[in-house]
Design a protein around this ligand. Structure first.
Ligand code: GLN
Length: 297
């Protein structure tokens, strides 16, 4: 596995030249576009890594995978009255369907859906920002995981599309908390900084039950979470990613993509900041495509 990851790094790295880091969040626009990481963690506990695999980056929308998992665990089926499980075919921050579909977001991985999930969590657990960070510490086995306050401030300063979604949700009766508060907490989840290795460890509950105290360790909802990852994990590129890579995955505009391969018993995370026009990392997609092809799906 280790030589394979190094070969993949060599092959995938150059593809990043075709894109740029997220430009609409100033703190992300400043990240070194040459960074690259690939980490693989097996259900037996072996870890393999190439590149900058221990350097924390902004997890952004990868947080949506874990907040959804917590909401499924802590809130249960009533969540599905407020958000559907259907690909949107639209950009991750689009609010067009929210208007025409009565304020019920298509899925929990587009921004409007993740804001509903945040609102539901915030309603039952007012200290969810600390709670979420603690769960990610437990899942990754690393107490050093923390929020990046510069990224958080940067998103608050530029997050008007997300506030628009939150106010529309409120107007349609699908938000219980204050829209500004809900979006600020959503931005905070997105601003968590984690390394590729930490994220691969954290995603292992989607492959096999894990020891430890994390709320998600048992992996009760893994099958259904993987279904939503397959169909909605890369927004309006989910079909293309399924065709090319074939693994359930979740991306973020920080340039990270988490993917899991239950058949082969591993979780992986690739990171490279430059994005394609859909907001997904070009070199991380390439790295995971090579990894899936070489290990089998
Ligand atoms: N925080 C980002 C936003 O709301 C997350 C988007 C993403 O990673 N796709 O725009």
């Amino acid at each position: 596995m280790q030589p394979l990851l190094e070969r993949i790094e060599d092959a995938a790295r150059p593809t990043a030249e075709d894109g740029l880091p997220a430009q609409y969040i100033p703190a992300l626009a400043r990240v070194d576009p040459k960074k690259f990481a690939l980490a693989v963690v097996t259900k037996e506990g072996a870890e393999y890594a190439a590149g900058d695999a221990d350097e924390p980056f902004s997890i952004q929308s990868i947080s949506k995978l874990f907040t959804l998992a917590l909401a499924m665990e802590w809130i249960g089926d009533s969540l599905w009255d407020r958000v559907k499980r259907e690909p949107s075919g639209m950009r991750f921050n689009s609010i067009i369907q929210l208007e025409t579909e009565n304020g019920v977001p298509r899925n929990p991985f587009i921004n409007a859906g993740a804001i509903v999930v945040t609102d539901a969590l915030l309603h039952t657990r007012p200290s969810i920002a600390v709670g979420f960070r603690n769960q990610m510490r437990l899942l990754s086995g690393d107490e050093s995981v923390r929020y990046d306050s510069e990224v958080h401030r940067s998103e608050i300063a530029t997050g008007d599309m997300n506030r628009a979604a939150a106010f529309l949700l409120k107007a349609k009766g699908n938000l219980t908390e204050d829209p500004i508060e809900a979006t600020n907490v959503y931005f905070q989840f997105c601003s968590l900084a984690m390394s590729a290795r930490q994220l691969a460890r954290a995603a292992l509950f989607l492959v096999a039950p894990q020891p430890g105290d994390a709320a998600l360790a048992k992996g009760t909802h893994a099958l259904r979470l993987r279904a939503i990852m397959r169909t909605c994990g890369l927004y309006d590129q989910s079909g293309e990613f399924a065709f090319r890579v074939g693994l359930p995955a979740k991306s973020g505009v920080g340039g990270g993509i988490v993917a899991v391969n239950p058949a082969k018993g591993y979780a992986a995370c690739a990171w490279s900041p430059p994005l394609d026009k859909f907001g997904n990392s070009i070199a991380a997609t390439e790295a995971l495509a090579l990894l899936a092809a070489e290990t089998g799906v």
